[in-house]
Design a protein around this ligand. Structure first.
Ligand SMILES: [Zn+2]
Length: 67
């Protein structure tokens, strides 16, 4: 199964049988560490060195625009 790097869209050829949830792989294109957050379907998330952002809210706030 192939999945693309969430950072650079580089197609990564990953065998789902070779990875486990929580495993960290590295994109060979941009070097970003990617955590396997889900193996079925295969889903990757970049590992933030500063830790996870627990905020689920959208980080960007519109400035005095109409709501
Ligand atoms: Zn990448």
């Amino acid at each position: 199964m192939s999945v693309v790097c969430p950072e650079c869209d580089n197609p990564l050829d990953i065998d789902v049988d070779d990875v486990e949830e929580g495993e960290i792989i590295q994109c060979d294109e941009c070097g970003t560490d990617l955590e396997v957050v889900s193996s079925d379907p295969l889903e990757l998330a970049p590992v933030d060195e500063e830790g996870y952002d627990d905020e689920d809210e959208t980080p960007h706030v519109s400035e005095d625009e109409d709501e």
